[in-house]
Structures are given as structure tokens and as C-alpha cells.
Design a protein around this ligand. Structure first.
Ligand SMILES: *Cc1c(COP(=O)(O)O)cnc(C)c1O
Length: 522
């Protein structure tokens, strides 16, 4: 190693502790950032708007008499506030983002370029359909590829996220049972390892949720499933590959049992990234499956922003798909907006307009730039990367399911931390100090102190090695009894340990002006 190798090495945690806090709360060119309301008084404005000459009588009692209480910032102050906040955030464009179950893959810039092309970026949902034939054709093409890749006959594009797709699938299932007059089915079966959205969706649709047990090797317990299936079961919701990062070996039998009992098979397809181009869910007996375009097909994960979770549907459920439907006839492409004609049995509409056009463009761009061979390689590389991580950490950390390979995510439990006094949470916080965003923690719930790592196919071997070396160094420190490094972490983050429970249980969602302050921004 060269003499430079110590440059940038983290100081030991106890040295950091004895260092004086900075005088301003700022740190290394990063300023302490208050709320925008607390920033800078109320007298200024970044825009210059003429006083409105409203005829107040039109508004009656609704005329505002109090100040609007907007923060008073100049344009550069407002800009800097948001850029400074963004610098405190992690992003896929900064580094590996190993959150298991989330598939945080690179968002190719080509997708962004396509989404901004004139005629695509400026298309408006209220344009007459005759003026947006190309856009509807694009939706039809995306639908075609989603159906081809999944081996399913129909797809509803409009749901706006995975969870919204689950809602779409269960509403279609509900409508299908209703159409048969089969109204006694009030229960949805969900494995214990399921993502929280599965039972939440079932409950939202009005179903009772019953759990299916899991086997020692992390799969659905077929005997338990069979015992629980009956005339009261509307559907089963099974994730495949499942949330333990394992392929459900008996998935065809699971589908057969569900169908024999008159239930439908909802497959949570959030992990489609691991099998795209390799396995078609339609061949496995799936009736409905959502596809998170922001996972498998590389569209950005929006912080509650525009997303898309199209749902592929079997022959049995296709008639109940939500509007709008895309059809193609002698007069060109058409969006069928109402539950009439061919869409007469549709359960209705899930959102305004047709869904998230910008995400459709990005996903199609990703598919077309990869081609069928490239998409197959996506799944293969995602699985290879996860197995590489699992294999290289298996001697120090404890894989939750050590036998056999995993799919696209490597799952560890906290068995290997026993006796160290260090928890999964402590370990994750120490990762932040080393420059790496933590993996998903404590999920799935069936694995004690779970650490779920999903590298995705977009990380190079070099990046994976850097990540693995950081985890190996930390694991060795944990085993060597260097407890302070973990218990006090993060030492280098803008904020240290937060009271996450209180933040979740008693969130402060409203800012109240301090007593006596004079808020009068215009
Ligand atoms: C991400 C995910 C979901 C939910 O998808 P959103 O797009 O976040 O609503 C559901 N199930 C599983 C297994 C997931 O990983």
C-alpha cells in the first residue's frame, strides 16, 4: 500500500466523540438545515405578483382575511434550501442502494431522453384521441411486451404502484367471484413472509386475512395451504420469487390447489426482476400479478411521485380489468373509457386518465434497448450478483437459508451477532459511517434480525467488491468486540440516532408559528 492509504480513513469513533461540535451545527460544507418556515423571516418573496383585483363578492365567505403564512425567501434562498436537503439524501446516482425487496437499479439516461422527446414529454391526457395515436400505440406496445414476458393474455396498465396493482388484482378477483354469484368467499390467504402491502390490500378490499405457514427452507407450507383452502377462500397472495429471495419450488402445485378450491392465485410480482426472460408467470398458473415498472423495468422510484404498477390478468379475470382499455381497430387505436361494450364487465376506473405515461415510455425504452436476450441477462446477472454477495459473506455472517443458491437477494439473519451485544440496527448504522446505505432490515419478519441485500444487475463486480469489503471489515470489527463503533453509529451522518418509533407513531405533520410571530408573506 502507498503512503497515501490513510487519507480519508475514518477516525475511530471515540476520537470523533471527543472532537468539539462545530459552532454553527454545519459540518464539512454541509449546513445544518432548518425547516423552510424557520429559515429567513417573512418579508421577502421570490416572485413579484401584482395584487389581484378580485371581485370579492364572487367568493362570499371564502375570501381569505388572514396572511397566507408562506415562508418569505428569495429565489436563491429557496433553491439552496432544496439543494441542501437533497444532499442529505441517498440516491441511486450516488452509490449502491442495497435495499432488499426494493430493486434499486440504475435508471438509464436513455429512458429519460425518450420520455422528454417532443410529442411524448408534452402530450396531454385531455387531447382528443385522434391527436395522440402514437402515444396510445406506445401503450399498446408496452402492453404487448408485458403480456409476452409474463405469458398472460391481458394487462391493466393504469395502476400507479405495486400496492395499487395489488388492489387492482383483488378488485378483479372480487368482481369475478361476484359475477359467478360466489359471494361467500371472504378470506385471502397470505404467507407469513409476505410484504406488508399484501395483507393491507386484502383488508382494504374487505377480506379477512389468514396466514399460511412457512417451511424450514423458507417456502409456502403446502400442507398448511391445503388445510386452509376451502369455500370461504377468495384468493391466495404469494410472492414469487418470495421475500426470502427464494423461488417457490411448488408454485405450480400451489396454483393447482388454489384453483381446485375455487380460489384465484394472485402473485405479487415485485420480484419479477429475478425471472424476467426466464420464467413466464402465466405458465405457473397465475391469475393476476402486478409488475413494478420502477423495479424490474428501471423507471425511477418516486417518493410518492408518479409510479406505475401494471397488472397482468388471466383469461378468467381479463373481463373485469379496470378502464381505460386500449383497443386497436380499423380506425386506429382507441382508449375505451367507460364500462360499456367490450369493457362492460370492467370493475371501473382506478385513477384519472390513463395512468403514468412518462413511466410507460421509460419502461418501454428499457425493454427495447435490452431486447429479449438482454432482459434474460438482467435476471441472470441479478441472481448472480446476489449469490456472489451471499457466498463472499457466508463465512462471517449467517445466511438465513444456507442451503442452495438464492435468487436476486441475499438474506442473512442475526445469528452471527449473538454474544457481541450488537444488533442488526447497530450494524446498519455503522454501514452509514462507511459510506454505504444499509440493506433492508428486520424484513421479512420470519427471519430473526433479517438483513436483506439486493444488489440488482446494474452493479459492477468492482462496486460489489467494495461493498463486500466494507461489510467484511465491519463484521470482523463486530466479532472483535469493537462495540462502540456500532452502538454510537452513525457518527458521520448529519443526524445521529433518531427516535424512529416516536417519529412513526406521533409524527409532527404541521408546523405552527411561534407565538407572537408576525407572518405576512405575500
Ligand atoms: C415493492 C413491493 C411491493 C409494493 O410495491 P410499491 O410499488 O412500493 O407499492 C409489494 N410487494 C413486494 C414483495 C415488494 O417488494
Amino acid at each position: 500500500m502507498s503512503g497515501m492509504s490513510n487519507v480519508g480513513r475514518p477516525t475511530r469513533p471515540n476520537e470523533v466523540e471527543t472532537r468539539p461540535a462545530t459552532l454553527t451545527g454545519g459540518r464539512g460544507l454541509l449546513q445544518d438545515e432548518p425547516l423552510i418556515f424557520e429559515l429567513n423571516g417573512w418579508e421577502k418573496t421570490g416572485v413579484d405578483i401584482a395584487d389581484a383585483e378580485l371581485d370579492a363578492s364572487d367568493l362570499g365567505d371564502l375570501v381569505r382575511r388572514d396572511p397566507i403564512d408562506l415562508p418569505g425567501l428569495s429565489e436563491p434562498e429557496a433553491m439552496r434550501h432544496y439543494v441542501r436537503l437533497s444532499q442529505k439524501n441517498h440516491a441511486i446516482d450516488l452509490a449502491l442502494y442495497p435495499l432488499g425487496s426494493c430493486t434499486m437499479k440504475h435508471n438509464p439516461r436513455l429512458n429519460e431522453k425518450m420520455a422528454r422527446l417532443p410529442g411524448i414529454g408534452d402530450v396531454h391526457p385531455l387531447q382528443p384521441q385522434s391527436t395522440v395515436q402514437g402515444a396510445i400505440e406506445l401503450m399498446d406496445q408496452l402492453a404487448h411486451w408485458l403480456k409476452t414476458l409474463t405469458g398472460m393474455p391481458a394487462v391493466a396498465l393504469s395502476p400507479k404502484a405495486g400496492a395499487h396493482g395489488e388492489l387492482c388484482g383483488l378488485l378483479a378477483i372480487h368482481a369475478a367471484h361476484d359475477a359467478k354469484g360466489d359471494t361467500a368467499r371472504r378470506v385471502v390467504l397470505v404467507p407469513t413472509s409476505a410484504h406488508g402491502t399484501n395483507p393491507a390490500t386484502a383488508a382494504f378490499v374487505g377480506y379477512a386475512v389468514r396466514e399460511i405457514a412457512q417451511t424450514e427452507d423458507g417456502r409456502v407450507d403446502l400442507a398448511d395451504l391445503e388445510a386452509k383452502l376451502g369455500p370461504d377462500i377468495a384468493a391466495i397472495m404469494v410472492t414469487n420469487p418470495n421475500t426470502c429471495g427464494l423461488f417457490e419450488r411448488d408454485v405450480i402445485e400451489i396454483a393447482r390447489l388454489a384453483h381446485a378450491a375455487g380460489a384465484y392465485f394472485y402473485c405479487d410480482g415485485a420480484n419479477f426482476n429475478a425471472i424476467v426472460g426466464r420464467v413466464r408467470p402465466g405458465d405457473l398458473g397465475v391469475d393476476a400479478m402486478h409488475i413494478n415498472l420502477h423495479k424490474t423495468f428501471s423507471t425511477p422510484h418516486g417518493g410518492g411521485g408518479p409510479g406505475a404498477g401494471p397488472v397482468v390478468l388471466s383469461e378468467a379475470l381479463a373481463p373485469y380489468a379496470p378502464t381505460p382499455w386500449v383497443t386497436h381497430g380499423p380506425d386506429g387505436f382507441k382508449l375505451i373509457e367507460d364500462a360499456t361494450g367490450v369493457a362492460a364487465q370492467s370493475f371501473g376506473r382506478m385513477c384519472a386518465f390513463q395512468g403514468q405515461m412518462g413511466m410507460y415510455v421509460r419502461a418501454l425504452s428499457y425493454m427495447m434497448s435490452h431486447g429479449s436476450d438482454g432482459l434474460k441477462q438482467v435476471a441472470e446477472d441479478a441472481v448472480l450478483n446476489a449469490n456472489y454477495i451471499k457466498a463472499r459473506l457466508a463465512d462471517l455472517m449467517s445466511p438465513a437459508f444456507p442451503d442452495g443458491p438464492c435468487m436476486h437477494e441475499a438474506l442473512f439473519d442475526d445469528h452471527w451477532l449473538e454474544g457481541t451485544g450488537i444488533t442488526t440496527l447497530d450494524f446498519a448504522k455503522a454501514m452509514i459511517d462507511e459510506g454505504f446505505h444499509p440493506m433492508t432490515m428486520y424484513f421479512p419478519l420470519v427471519v430473526h434480525g433479517a438483513m436483506l441485500i439486493e444488489p440488482t444487475e446494474t452493479e459492477s463486480k468492482h462496486e460489489l467488491d467494495r461493498f463486500i469489503e466494507a461489510l467484511r471489515a465491519l463484521a470482523q470489527a463486530a466479532k472483535a468486540g469493537d462495540v462502540d463503533r456500532f452502538k454510537g453509529a452513525p457518527f458521520y451522518a448529519p443526524l445521529r440516532r433518531l427516535d424512529e418509533t416516536r417519529a412513526a407513531r406521533a409524527p409532527k405533520l404541521r408546523w405552527t408559528a411561534p407565538q407572537g410571530s408576525n407572518l405576512a408573506a405575500e
